[in-house]
Design a binder for this molecule. Structure first.
Ligand code: F6R
Length: 248
C-alpha cells in the first residue's frame, strides 16, 4: 500500500481528478470504456467538483465512462434528499456528458426478496464490462469501505448489510436524527473492491487520523476492512496532513 500526503484536501483532490482524467483519456484513445467505481459522502466532493470543472473548461468527456457506485441506503427512494442517486446527480452526473445508461447505483427501492438476485446481477454487470479500472473510496471512522462494516469478510459479495451504530450516528445529522436514519444499505462487497485494477482511498481531517493509522500500519483484519487494501497490489491512500498525523 502506498500513502501519499498532501498539504490539503483541495490539492489532493486535484491530483486524484488528474489521474482519473488521464485514465479516461487513455481509454478514449484506445476506444475502450473506462470503468469507474464511485463513492459518495463528504470525501469525494472536491474530486467531483474538479471533474466537473475539467469537463466544462478543458473538454474532458465522460462519454466512454461506465460507473458503478459503491452503495445506497436501503430502503431509499432515488429522489429523496439523502439518496446517493441524488448525491451523484447533483455533484457529478448532471454536469457532465456521461450516458444515463452507463450509470449504476444500487437500487434502494427493491422488495427485500429481490435484493440478493439484484446484487448478483450488479456484480455480473461489472464482470461483463471487464471489471473496475479505478475504484474511489472514502473510509468510515470504523474502517468501513463502501458499507462493508467491521466484520466484513475479504471475499464478501455485494449484499444487504446492517449499518453499524457509529455509521448511523455519523449519518444521523443528514437524516434529522438517529431514529430516521436507515438501518441497512446495499453495498458492493469487499471482493469486487479488491478486484479493481486500481484503488484510491481518500481521507481528510483529524477525525480520520486514527483509522488511517490502523488501516495502513495495523494488522490486516476484518475488524478494519480498509486494512484489506494492504494486500491490494495497486492501492494508494491519498490523505491530507491532518489525516496523516498518527502515522509513524
Ligand atoms: C460512501 C461510502 C462510505 C464513505 C465513508 C466516509 O459511498 O462508501 O464508505 O466513503 O463513510 O464518509 P465521508 O467521506 O463522508 O467521511
Amino acid at each position: 500500500i502506498e500513502t501519499v500526503v498532501f498539504e490539503n484536501s483541495s490539492t489532493a483532490s486535484k491530483a486524484v481528478a488528474k489521474e482519473m482524467a488521464d485514465l479516461i483519456r487513455v481509454k478514449q484513445a484506445q476506444k475502450q470504456p473506462c470503468i469507474l467505481g464511485l463513492a459518495t459522502g463528504s470525501s469525494p466532493k472536491s474530486l467531483y467538483a474538479e471533474l466537473v470543472r475539467m469537463h466544462k473548461e478543458e473538454g474532458l468527456s465522460f462519454r466512454n465512462v461506465v460507473s458503478f457506485n459503491l452503495d445506497e441506503y436501503y430502503p431509499m427512494e432515488p429522489d429523496s434528499v439523502n439518496s446517493y442517486v441524488r448525491f451523484m446527480k447533483e455533484l457529478l452526473f448532471n454536469h457532465v456528458d456521461i450516458l444515463p445508461e452507463n450509470i449504476h447505483i444500487p437500487d434502494g427501492t427493491l422488495p427485500k426478496e429481490e435484493i440478493a438476485n439484484y446484487c448478483n446481477q450488479y456484480e455480473a454487470k461489472i464482470k461483463a464490462v471487464g471489471g473496475i479500472d479505478l475504484q474511489i473510496l472514502g473510509i468510515g471512522g470504523n474502517g468501513h469501505i463502501g458499507f462493508n462494516e467491521s466484520g466484513s469478510l475479504q471475499n464478501s459479495k455485494t449484499r444487504l448489510v446492517a449499518l453499524d451504530h457509529i455509521t448511523r450516528v455519523a449519518a444521523s445529522g443528514d437524516f434529522g436524527g438517529l431514529s430516521n436514519t436507515p438501518r441497512t444499505a446495499i453495498t458492493l462487497g469487499v471482493k469486487k473492491i479488491m478486484e479493481a485494477k486500481r484503488v484510491i482511498l481518500m481521507a481528510w481531517g483529524e477525525r480520520k487520523a486514527k483509522i488511517i493509522n490502523a488501516s495502513v500500519e495495523g494488522p490486516v483484519t476484518n475488524q478494519v476492512p480498509a486494512s484489506f487494501l494492504q494486500e491490494h497490489n495497486n492501492a494508494t491512500f491519498i490523505i491530507d496532513q491532518e489525516a496523516s498525523s498518527k502515522l509513524t
